[in-house]
Design a protein around this ligand. Structure first.
Ligand SMILES: *[C@@H]1O[C@H](CO)[C@@H](O)[C@H](O)[C@H]1NC(C)=O
Ligand SMILES: *[C@@H]1O[C@H](CO)[C@@H](O)[C@H](O)[C@H]1NC(C)=O
Length: 115
């Protein structure tokens, strides 16, 4: 009984070590990433209540919930129509809200977020 409980606690310990070793705490979101044949440039809420990202360029089962630091960042400068922007802008936004591009060329990639 002693050896059994020793065995159990060692296995539990090993198990938790393994879980810890696999934890993606040090993993970083990889943008853009491919998931189900689509390309994503930011954390997504697909099939989940909280937004998450893939830790590989093509999703392979490694993922993490996004924290504030993980979400896609504005890229400056970026092209929009015929101008180069170094800041968030209201231009082209129907509601007068500031936005920025997630890539250097908004005209081509059409990826953006509110600032
Ligand atoms: C996928 O990402 C995980 C976490 O960063 C890493 O450990 C693993 O080696 C990556 N796999 C490939 C094939 O790059
Ligand atoms: C653009 O951002 C810079 C800081 O990155 C700031 O100094 C500057 O005043 C901003 N320009 C405008 C037009 O908001």
């Amino acid at each position: 009984s002693l050896s059994l409980s020793l065995f159990l606690s060692v296995s539990v310990c090993l198990l938790s070590l393994r879980v810890t070793a696999r934890s993606p705490l040090d993993g970083r979101c990889v943008f853009p990433f491919q998931y189900r044949k689509e390309t994503f440039h930011d954390c997504i809420s697909f099939n989940a209540r909280h937004k998450w990202c893939s830790l590989n360029e093509t999703y392979m089962g490694y993922w993490k919930y996004c924290t504030k630091a993980d979400f896609a960042k504005c890229v400056f400068p970026f092209w929009f129509r015929r101008m180069i922007y170094w800041n968030c802008t209201q231009d082209g936004n129907d509601f007068g809200k500031k936005w920025c591009s997630l890539t250097q060329n908004f005209n081509k990639d059409q990826l953006w977020k509110y600032c």
